[in-house]
Write a protein that binds this ligand. Structure first.
Ligand SMILES: Cc1cc2nc3c(=O)[nH]c(=O)nc-3n(C[C@H](O)[C@H](O)[C@H](O)COP(=O)(O)OP(=O)(O)OC[C@H]3O[C@@H](n4cnc5c(N)ncnc54)[C@H](O)[C@@H]3O)c2cc1C
Length: 384
């Protein structure tokens, strides 16, 4: 392994890949990406449900999604790789007045930014997804430009482009120490040896809090398991279907080829890296699913295809981006709390700016800096 680099990126998931590529595209190529596993893209990126959506309540999230989805549209031309983008839409089903008020306000904000989200009456919903129970609904929000992509292909595409531009990726290179002196980074110490460097970027996903602690920093990011249950191929929902979310229960479902995939966050899940499927939770998920889609009762589960991964969660479910005030050459790009795939392109862009221009400027990321936990964290309503 090389003994020095200008920039060391810890983690070869979608975030490390995007940051590496954006740095290299701007001419910063003395960059090493360190990955603890035997191969790249084995963390949350490979275990995602892959959704991309504009439908957030915080303007910054909407803007980052606009940018990300646009980049995924043009990924083949820009990155020479297939993003696997399918713009099948996202449909949020709402049956309580408080959420209806919040989603109505968010829709107006999104429309002002040029996003094509619209409000639907209950009578319009079955034209988009047949056989959904709508009796109790106040309405829904729908955006045809949302959808899903292929996170593995995106991350590998970014990494391939970065490598072609001169970036090095080291596998089996778990970071075990970060040596600092007088408020500066001296070296990053791995299973394979040490690399002296000026700047470290923390793209360690679920492990980002632990990696920050190696530099003596407190970064509040913890892993929480999320399960994805997969059915056998079925025709109960013909044609394409938007990723559909029952807002009150949190149950979500979408099509993956001819199968359905679905999930529901478990409110009392304990933190910790755990990627074993939670079979005990399945009944709760199915109960929420049957209530909205009674025809799910006709479908068989494909147990071998079900999976679990971890969300990397912060106290306000928003990422922590930018320089750490106690060690300014340590830059966080982690804690995406379920939104990392859609926000990876925007994150790569702003973190490259943070490194090369001193501070990010394409998006106003101050609300996402770690300092917010001293001054008041920000609020995003549309968390799944
Ligand atoms: C079930 C599920 C569903 C999801 N659904 C969506 C969705 O619909 N849409 C969406 O946008 N997002 C979704 N997400 C979230 C998304 O997958 C993550 O936000 C995103 O993948 C985070 O990318 P990352 O690169 O930060 O982390 P990761 O992909 O986990 O990569 C971090 C990398 O850092 C490496 N690493 C960690 N510590 C060290 C160390 N000490 N030394 C060296 N390497 C290290 C890890 O091995 C790993 O490869 C979902 C996640 C899950 C689990």
């Amino acid at each position: 392994m090389q003994s020095s680099a200008s920039v060391v990126i810890i983690g070869a998931g979608v975030m490390g890949a995007s940051v590496a590529c954006h740095l290299a595209l701007r001419g910063c190529r003395d960059v090493v990406v360190l990955e603890q596993f035997e191969s790249e893209v084995q963390g949350s990126t490979a275990r995602s449900a892959a959704g991309v959506r504009h439908q957030f309540s915080h303007e910054l999230n909407v803007r980052m999604s606009q940018y990300g989805i646009e980049r995924y549209k043009h990924f083949q031309t820009e990155m020479d790789a297939d993003s696997g983008l399918h713009q099948v839409g996202y449909l949020f089903l709402i049956n309580d007045a408080e959420n209806w008020h919040g989603y109505t306000e968010a829709t107006a904000m999104q429309q002002a930014l040029g996003v094509r989200t619209r409000l639907l009456q209950p009578s319009e919903i079955n034209a988009i997804v047949p056989d959904v129970v709508t009796d109790d609904l106040i309405g829904a929000t729908f955006n045809p430009d949302d959808g899903f992509c292929d996170p593995h292909s995106v991350a590998m595409g970014y990494l391939a482009k970065a490598r072609r531009l001169g970036v090095t990726v080291e596998r089996n290179a778990q970071v075990r120490g970060i040596t600092t002196q007088s408020g500066r980074i001296v070296s990053v110490d791995t299973a394979q040896g040490s690399i002296s460097c000026e700047t470290v970027i923390n793209c360690a996903g679920s492990w980002a809090g632990a990696v920050a602690a190696l530099a003596g920093l407190e970064v509040p990011i913890l892993p929480y398991r999320r399960n994805v249950y997969v059915t056998q191929p079925t025709t109960i929902i013909p044609g394409q279907m938007p990723l559909t979310v029952d807002v009150t229960s949190g149950f979500w479902i979408r099509k993956e080829h001819d199968s359905l995939i679905m999930g529901l966050s478990k409110p009392d899940e304990a933190p910790g890296y755990n990627i074993a499927v939670d079979w005990a939770w399945l009944d709760t998920v199915l109960d929420a699913g049957f209530a909205r889609f009674p025809r799910l009762g006709d479908v068989t589960l494909n147990e071998k295809q079900c999976w679990a991964g971890c969300y990397e969660i912060t106290p306000d479910h928003m990422p922590i981006l930018g320089r750490h005030p106690e060690l300014p050459s340590f830059i966080n790009a982690a804690g995406f709390s379920g939104h990392g795939i859609m926000h990876a392109p925007a994150t790569g862009l702003v973190i490259a700016e943070e490194v090369l221009d001193g501070t990010a400027h394409s998006f106003a990321i101050d609300p996402l800096r770690i300092e917010r936990y001293r001054t008041g964290s920000i609020f995003e309503r549309n968390i799944i």
